[in-house]
Design a protein around this ligand. Structure first.
Ligand SMILES: Nc1nc2c(c(=O)[nH]1)N[C@H]1C(S)=C(S)[C@@H](COP(=O)(O)O)O[C@H]1N2
Ligand SMILES: [Mo]
Length: 449
C-alpha cells in the first residue's frame, strides 16, 4: 500500500496535468506501475534512455536496486512495484559514471574521453562499459556463488566470503582494454561499437588469483582451455541463450596477474562493471575478463562458447587488403593485445601556453613498455618521455614529458610506445574485417598562444 508520500502525490498530479494518462487517472502509482511498469515509467518520466532498465529494474530485487542507486533505500516498503527510481530516469544517465560517452544503450556501451583517463588508477566513474547483453536481475554479493568445475579433481562452489577466507587476497592495478578499441578509425568501416580511444582503463582490483583457485580445484592433465560463464542475459531476453562466454588457454589462466575480483578501487564492483564478481585478465582482450562471473569450467578443447568462434575477437592469419573478404577458417583468436599508449594531458583541441607538460599511459599485453617517445612536428623528430615502471604486472605505465614550443600556432602531439620485445606502435596498421587491435599513435591537436 502507498503510504503518505508527497513526492508520489506531486508526480501523479503532474501526470494528470499532462493529460496523457486518461485511463489511469484513478489509479495510485502503485497500481499503475504494477499493471504496466514500462508504460508507467514512460508517463512518469518522459523520454528516458537509462539503458537496460526496462524489465530489469521492474524485476530487480532490493539489493540490486540499491546497487543501482548507490545507497540502501530505507522506505523501500513504500515503493510501488516496478517503480523506476527517479534518479535513474534522466537522459543518458549512467549512475555512478561520469564523463563517459554513451555509444549504445542496448546493450550499454560507453567509453571514456582520454582526458578523463588522466589518473594513474582509473576511478570507478571513469571506467568504460562494454556489455554484450543485459544486466543480471540479481547482483547480490551475499548470496553470490562461483562454481569451478569441468576437468578438475575437486569441483567447488564458493561464496565471495569463501574466496576471501580460503585464498590470499591481492590488490593490483590491471589494464582492461576492449579488443575493438580504436575501431572507429578503420576505413572501410568495421561494424560493431565505434570505439575511438577510450575503451581502456586501469583500476585497482581486489580479489583472489585465478591460479590459486584453479590449483585448489586440481587442474586435470588434459585441460586445454578455460570457459567463463556469467549471469548477464541475452539481448533477446531468451533465458536459454548466453550473450558471451569466452576463455583463455590454461597456461595463461595459471599466470600470476589474473584476479577473480570483488572490489574495484576498494569498493564493491560497479553494476555495469560486473558486480559482484568478475575476472580481470590484464593484457588480453577485455572480453576474456568475464563480468558477473558465475562459473569457470575447465575443458579439453578450445572453448567454443558464444563470441569464441567465427570471426568474434579474431583477426585474419595474414595481412589482408582493406575491405577484403576473409574466410572464417582463416581467422585466429586474439591473444595478448599489442603495444599502445594514450595522451591524457593536454586534451585534444586544448588552448595551451608555450610550455606544457605532456603525460599519459602506455601498456603492452603481457609485456612491459621500455620506451615512450613524443613528437610535436608530425613525427619528424622524437623526444624521449620519462617513463615509470608498472606498479605491478598487468598495470599500465605512466609517462611525462615537458615541451616548449618556439612559436604560436597549431601543433599535434604524437605519442609512440615501444615494448620490451622492441615492438613499436605504428603510424598505420593493416586493416582487418572486425576492426580489432588498432594500436596506431594517439594524436592530440593543440593551439599554442
Ligand atoms: N558477462 C560478461 N562479461 C563481459 C562482457 C559481457 O558482455 N558479459 N563484456 C566483455 C568485454 S567485450 C569487455 S571489453 C569487458 C569490458 O569490461 P568493463 O565493461 O568493465 O569495462 O568486459 C567483458 N566481460
Ligand atoms: Mo570488448
Amino acid at each position: 500500500m502507498l503510504g503518505f508520500n508527497p513526492e508520489f502525490y506531486i508526480k501523479q498530479h503532474s501526470i494528470r496535468e499532462r493529460g496523457k494518462m486518461t485511463d489511469n487517472n484513478d489509479k495510485t502509482p502503485n497500481e499503475f506501475f504494477s499493471d504496466n511498469p514500462e508504460q508507467a515509467d514512460k508517463e512518469f518520466f518522459g523520454r528516458v534512455s537509462y539503458p537496460d532498465r526496462r524489465g530489469f529494474l521492474a524485476k530487480a530485487g532490493l539489493a540490486t536496486m540499491g546497487a543501482m542507486v548507490g545507497a540502501t533505500i530505507p522506505f523501500h516498503r513504500n515503493m510501488p512495484t516496478g517503480l523506476i527510481p527517479a534518479s535513474l530516469a534522466q537522459d543518458n544517465v549512467l549512475v555512478g559514471k561520469n564523463g563517459l560517452t554513451l555509444l549504445n544503450d542496448r546493450p550499454v556501451n560507453a567509453e571514456t574521453p582520454p582526458e578523463f583517463l588522466d589518473d594513474n588508477v582509473t576511478p570507478i566513474e571513469r571506467h568504460f562499459i562494454r556489455n554484450n547483453g543485459l544486466l543480471p536481475d540479481n547482483m547480490d554479493a551475499d548470496s553470490w556463488t562461483l562454481t569451478i568445475d569441468g576437468l578438475v579433481d575437486n569441483p567447488m562452489e564458493l561464496s565471495i566470503a569463501d574466496l576471501r577466507s580460503q585464498f590470499k587476497v591481492h590488490t593490483m592495478s590491471l589494464v582492461i582494454e576492449c579488443g575493438g578499441n580504436g575501431r572507429s578509425f578503420f576505413d572501410p568501416p568495421a561494424s560493431g561499437n565505434q570505439w575511438t580511444l577510450g575503451a581502456v582503463a586501469c583500476s585497482e582490483w581486489t580479489g583472489v588469483k585465478l591460479k590459486d583457485v584453479l590449483k585448489k580445484a586440481g587442474v586435470q592433465s588434459n585441460v586445454v582451455y578455460t570457459a567463463h560463464h556469467g549471469a548477464d542475459l541475452h539481448l533477446s531476453g531468451d533465458e536459454s541463450k548466453t550473450p558471451i562466454s569466452r576463455g583463455v588457454p590454461i597456461d595463461k589462466a595459471m599466470t600470476d596477474n589474473i584476479l577473480i575480483a570483488f572490489e574495484m578501487n576498494g569498493k564493491p564492483l560497479h553494476p555495469m562493471n560486473g558486480a559482484p564478481l568478475r575476472l580481470v585478465v590484464p593484457g588480453w582482450p577485455g572480453s576474456t575478463s568475464h563480468k558477473w562471473l558465475k562459473r569457470i569450467e575447465l575443458r579439453d578443447i578450445v572453448h567454443d562458447g558464444p563470441k569464441m568462434t567465427g570471426k568474434s575477437y579474431r583477426v585474419p592469419n595474414r595481412p589482408v587488403a582493406p575491405g577484403e573478404k576473409v574466410e572464417t577458417e582463416d581467422f585466429v583468436i586474439i591473444e595478448q593485445m599489442p603495444v599502445k599508449s594514450l595522451i591524457t594531458f593536454p586534451a585534444n583541441d586544448a588552448d595551451i601556453g608555450k610550455s606544457t607538460q605532456v603525460r599519459g599511459h602506455a601498456w603492452a599485453g603481457d609485456r612491459t613498455i621500455k620506451r615512450l617517445d613524443i613528437s610535436y612536428d608530425f613525427g619528424k623528430s622524437w623526444q624521449k618521455a620519462k617513463l615509470n615502471k608498472p606498479v605491478n604486472s598487468g598495470a599500465w605505465q605512466n609517462w611525462q614529458a615537458e615541451i616548449t614550443f618556439d612559436q604560436a600556432g597549431y601543433y599535434e602531439i604524437w605519442a609512440r610506445a615501444t615494448d620490451s620485445k622492441g615492438d613499436m606502435q605504428p603510424f598505420a596498421i593493416d586493416w582487418n574485417p572486425k576492426g580489432y587491435l588498432n594500436n596506431t599513435y594517439h594524436r592530440v591537436g593543440v593551439r599554442v598562444s
